[in-house]
Design a protein. Structure first.
Length: 431
């Protein structure tokens, strides 16, 4: 754990290093580039080779797709409490998505002109569902559940199989509940490439959404342009802004919740204007980690990814939070909602001591697929808009066009595009 005191010299350099946390390592991008190209050129055969190499499964292309019998078996295997939790979360997520849905609109800004927008759902979307160190059942709902609410007709999923070759029952059940019927057992960079370029067995998608490790993030960057992507999301991170009213045991529990994710590259950061708080939180972290099952994973993050920042004021703490632009930001301060508007950038803001970040991971409603690594400065969390195509609507009457022909022609002349000018002028010549 690292302590940064804003009142001490050298703190600005330490904070800058924290803000500018590294992007995907070059060696990973190079390795992923070769994988993506191999899948692009060799399709199913390459997917099967990588499935054997990375996921220890020796399958034919015909065995890549999950069968209906597997869906049925998953439903029988899963307990009712888990099913109820899945449906509860799905109902909350889709209710939030429906509130986000935009409506087509038009208006007339000047006589004879009608402008507006319309929104249509994408036709085929691919959801990447991590399944390596932990089966992220909730990610199914926070991606496919939103796509279904947006009206996407074909929702496809890719997720790696378990070590024994089977699929996680809760993941398959959640997929079916969310509207997915097309699931491929594949993971990592090669799965992203297969969804983007398509193979003889796996038709390409229009957009790929969902989180993943550094290899998945690098692959999404490489295929962007061939398909749309939601964002480049890397290791999870949490920042807690706290004052003297905050409870150390709550802060420690929330920081540990992100440290257990598994890559070892996660970050958990406390920013406070209370100089006594970091020591209390550190003691709680040491105590609570003994209760966890993933201690080795947590320890890797505690060694390299946990920071305690002592700010000189609450205003400075909030400024630091906006500069860091965290994936998850908790405000454990008095009157948190009143200060939320002061945050310049964050993937999601959790207000008050009774709003732990895992509520957003699972049941709250907004998607937990959020920008990481400071990219909340220009990316936003996954939403229903990510599954819609927006089209502008433009209509002129003859008289309305005639009024603007001189300006259209003049722009065409300035840009040396006489055919553009002629397209408008020819209409002015017709009665």
């Amino acid at each position: 754990m690292k302590i940064i005191k804003c009142s001490e010299s050298g703190s600005l350099e330490q904070l800058k290093a924290l803000y500018d946390r590294p992007d995907c390592p070059k060696e990973i991008e190079q390795a992923v580039s070769a994988i993506v190209e191999e899948v692009r050129l060799d399709g199913d055969a390459a997917v099967c080779r990588f499935l054997k190499k990375f996921d220890s499964q020796d399958l034919t292309p015909a065995q890549l797709r999950v069968t209906e019998a597997e869906f049925e078996a998953a439903e029988k295997q899963l307990d009712q409490t888990s099913k109820d939790a899945i449906h509860l979360a799905l109902s909350h997520i889709q209710d939030f998505a429906r509130h986000q849905m935009p409506k087509a609109w038009t208006y007339s800004p000047r006589e004879g002109v009608v402008l507006g927008e319309q929104f249509t759902p994408m036709e085929r979307v691919g959801c990447y569902i991590p399944g390596g160190t932990a089966p992220l059942v909730s990610t199914v709902l926070h991606t496919a559940g939103i796509a279904a609410a947006a009206g996407v007709k074909e929702i496809v999923a890719a997720t790696p199989p378990k070590k024994d070759g089977t699929m996680h029952a809760a993941t398959l059940y959640a997929m079916k509940a969310a509207g997915i019927r097309e699931v491929y057992r594949m993971g990592g960079a090669y799965a992203i490439a297969a969804l983007a370029y398509g193979t003889a067995t796996i038709p390409a998608v229009d957009k790929i959404v969902g989180p993943g490790n550094a290899y998945v993030a690098a692959a999404k960057k490489l295929v962007y342009g061939k398909v749309a992507i939601d964002m480049v999301a890397g290791p999870s991170e949490i920042m807690v802004v706290a004052d003297s009213s905050a409870r150390p045991e709550f802060i420690a529990a929330d920081m540990l919740s992100q440290a257990e994710h598994g890559s070892g590259l996660e970050q958990a950061v406390l920013v406070t204007d209370d100089p006594a708080l970091p020591a209390k939180v550190q003691a709680e972290i040491e105590r609570q980690k003994q209760l966890l099952t993933r201690q080795a994973t947590v320890d890797r993050v505690l060694d390299h990814g946990v920071y305690m920042i002592v700010a000189r004021s609450l205003a400075e703490a909030l400024e630091i939070a906006g500069r860091y632009a965290p994936e998850h930001l908790e405000l454990m301060i008095a009157d948190a909602p009143a200060h939320a508007g002061e945050i310049k950038a964050a993937g999601a803001i959790f207000m008050g001591p009774w709003t732990p970040e895992p509520s957003g991971d699972f049941t709250a409603g907004p998607s937990h697929v959020l920008p990481t690594g400071g990219t909340a400065r220009f990316f936003h969390g996954l939403s229903v808009m990510d599954f819609l195509r927006r089209s502008s609507l433009v209509q002129y009457t003859p008289d309305a066009l005639k009024k603007e022909i001189p300006a259209i022609v003049r722009f065409a002349e300035m840009e040396g595009l006489d055919a553009h000018g002629r397209s408008a002028a020819i209409r002015g010549e017709k009665e």
